[in-house]
Design a protein around this ligand. Structure first.
Ligand code: PXG
Length: 464
């Protein structure tokens, strides 16, 4: 058997990858024709690929490497934990020190009385957990008919069949179908859907769709509402300021559980520890993952408030994963939280880095192709548009121009993603001002190149 290493030629690694590895959210044939990019190492905010390119990762991996790459302390903690107790489960009335310590720390960090942690291996699993939690909660309270969970179109809550049904990505629904009793309302995306309404009125209208849905479905049927404080995978959609207070009012009025999916927003991304603090939301349940371990080990959780946990504790909760509370992941997460806190990384991200990034990122708004530059903390996005004065969409299929722009970013050693024709960033929280300057300079160059390409391809046309 040949040993496969970083030292093999790129084409050979690409050939082997194409032969045996199926990539997520990827057209396999297209990738085989092109060859996957191979990342070999990373440090801080910089990735190195197999061709020796140094790439600024303005996406923190998949919105998760909040601490930046290459922190040895996390590797050391993982090695120590693997030697001492590499695995034991938390079923059968058993526990271990890493999971005890992490749970206590999360209860301190999470706002209000969110004090009780159920672990999973991924955000998708944690949202599956939430479905069972809220339905069990209402059944235990003598209201088993309260099973409907309301979510939003263009929400992302994960990729398992249940989590993707909960989410609002139609492409995912088309490939695996839905599960019962999930209902979707519209998203608060003013730029794309607000038409002539003011952002404030539009925010209220979209929030009030929740009330309408509760009344139509029947108050006695609705169990919970789930939402990301700021939609991430949907394109970093920051809702109008009127949106969340109205959602909170409606959840309180009808006593439905509010689940904040903090998988992206958590752990400093929006400038506070949790997105619900930045946006002024009081959830009953919070989903966390990604930044919990800065992606160094897979771990996620649902954090329940005192009341929900007390009700669930009254029955045998028939739920759990082999890796619920995995000791190595828990130890790594705890060390990640220690560093984020003790080095003041979350605090600095909010008070220093975010204002500088905002100023620089917003400066891209003078580019002819850029409209609606929006940023909160260290997650931001802008629309690509052929006419910003009318918020026009391109005549080409959504994502055509976005893809061209992303490719120009990659060619300029910048990882910036596109979601349709929106470009998004979510850099590691440790990004410095100099690195922000590099990010913006590369983005501007990529935009200039994409603009020329779009015009040359005859795509500089607004949809009717
Ligand atoms: N909730 C939210 C809000 C997420 O962003 C999940 C749940 C699911 O987490 P797991 O760990 O099961 O992936 C996510 C994940 C993208 C992209 O392309 C976004 C995510 C995952 C993969 C790709 O933006 N978010």
């Amino acid at each position: 058997m040949t040993q496969i290493t970083n030292h093999m030629p790129t084409e050979e690694l690409q050939r082997l990858d194409a032969a045996h590895h199926i990539h997520p959210f990827t057209n396999g044939d297209e990738l085989t024709a092109k060859g996957a990019r191979i990342i070999t190492r990373a440090k801080g905010v910089t990735l190195t690929d197999s061709e020796g390119n140094e790439i600024l990762d303005a996406m923190a991996g998949l919105w998760c490497v909040n601490l930046g790459y290459g922190r040895e302390e996390l590797a050391e903690v993982a090695a120590r934990q693997m030697k001492e107790l590499p695995y034991y489960n938390t079923f059968f009335q058993t526990t271990h020190v890493p999971v005890i310590a992490l749970s206590e720390r999360l209860a301190q960090l999470a706002p209000g009385d969110l004090n009780h942690v159920f672990y999973a291996g991924s955000g998708s699993e944690a949202n599956d957990t939430n479905i069972r939690v809220v339905r069990t909660y209402w059944a235990e309270k003598g209201k088993p008919e309260k099973t409907v969970i309301i979510s939003r179109h263009n929400a992302y809550h994960g990729s398992t069949v249940a989590a993707s049904a909960l989410g609002g990505m139609s492409g995912m629904h088309a490939q695996s179908g839905m599960i019962p009793d999930i209902h979707h309302i519209d998203q608060p995306n003013w730029w794309a859907e607000g038409e002539s309404a003011s952002p404030e009125d539009f925010g209220l209208e979209r929030a009030q769709q929740l009330e309408k849905a509760i009344l139509e479905l029947g108050e006695d049927r609705v169990a919970a509402f789930i939402a990301e404080p700021v939609q991430g995978a949907g394109g970093v959609i920051i809702p109008p300021e009127t949106y969340w207070p109205e959602i909170q009012r409606i959840c309180d009025k009808y006593e439905i559980l509010l689940i904040a999916d903090e998988v992206i927003c958590g752990f400093g991304r929006t400038g506070s520890w949790f997105g619900c603090q930045t946006l002024g939301i009081k959830p009953d349940i919070m989903t966390i993952a990604k930044g919990l371990s800065s992606g160094y080990a897979p771990i996620a959780a649902s954090i329940l408030n005192d009341e929900v946990a007390a009700v669930i504790s009254g029955c045998e909760f028939n739920h759990g994963y082999t890796y619920s509370g995995h000791p190595v992941s828990a130890a790594v997460a705890l060390e990640n939280l220690r560093i984020l806190d003790e080095e003041g990384i979350v605090e600095r991200a909010g008070s220093e880095t975010a204002p500088y990034l905002k100023e620089q990122f917003e400066s891209l708004g003078d580019h002819p192709m850029v409209g609606d530059v929006r940023i909160v903390g260290l997650m931001g996005s802008f629309a690509l548009t052929p006419d910003k004065s009318t918020r026009a969409k391109f005549a080409s299929e959504a994502g055509t121009v976005g893809f061209m722009c992303r490719e120009r970013c990659f060619a300029n050693n910048l990882i910036m993603r596109h979601v349709g024709d929106r470009m998004v960033i979510s850099p590691p929280l440790i990004i410095t001002k100099d690195e922000i300057d590099t990010l913006i300079a590369r983005a501007r160059k990529a935009l200039d190149e994409a603009y020329e390409e779009v015009k040359a391809a005859g795509l500089w046309k607004a949809a009717n």
